[in-house]
Write a protein of this length. Sequence first.
Length: 340
Amino acid sequence: MANQTRQLAELLERDGARVTMVQTNRPYWPLWVSGLPVLRAWFRLVPYFWLLWKAIGKSDVVHVMANSGWSWHLFAAPAIWISRVRGVAVVVNYRGGEAAAFLAKTQRIVRVSMRRVALLVVPSAFLQQVFAGFGMQASLLPNIVDLSRFHPRPARTTDAMHLVVARNLEPLYDNATALRAFQIIKSDFAHARMTIAGSGPEEARLRELAHSLDVSDAVTFAGRLDREAMASLYRTADLMINPSLADNMPNSVLESLASGVPVVSTNVGGVPFMVRHGETALLVEPSSPSAMAHACIRVLRDDALWSRLSLAGQVEVERYTWSRVAPLLLAAYQKAMGRD
């Protein structure tokens, strides 16, 4: 979400808009506050509310990037209510694969804030269906991928297969299944290697798992990479694995498609709304290392399938370029401000 937010702001500014970004994760000041669990929340929230108040007062429309859980209650809902007080139209851009579970528990509270919103937009038909199930109408506003940054390498080499996982190291993204699948893949491709790009609380456990599976020498934990580094990483990859247990519209899948890298993903949440099994990606059931490994091996062994998925993915991702999304965003802003 942070990458999409930053990219959106840059593209809007490039097209002449005046954009003020208010971060929810600004660095703590003073730094020593970061070690105090309760106090640090207030040292982040109070400046956030103040910056919101100032920025909203100078704006024509407020674009709230919203997510489930405490992110909604602490950051999104206050932005909606401050906008309401200041009389500025709000567009809520909701994302996150766990929306259904969150709304099932908190729909009454969420609905109170959503009544103050001019427009709800979501990046996938999956989330559109989720909100419809709770009686809330949402418009589609796809994620954006930058094809000038994410593009295929000139030619594929097959000396040593390189697999990439680009999800944070959290239980939801089930990187453990990717590691177990990689162990099986190594039995067919002895020189294969894997790069896991992301950070999170599960890093130590995943490193231990890689060691216990005897694949640690072939697995690189690259940490969190910026956009340029991610684009470079994809151009060295032969396959991207998305092992998540719940999802909406993962940028990593879009960026892989744009980079000409075939995708093997779990068929959860919004992923089947993004790609079609056997046409633009291969989809498998979640939490199944064997199914994931066999799908990966199938793609890596079959050059014709690899090429077909690569080319189809590059065509599919054209729907997510700025030239396609910008008119939809402008229409959303105009509708929110009553100018449609």
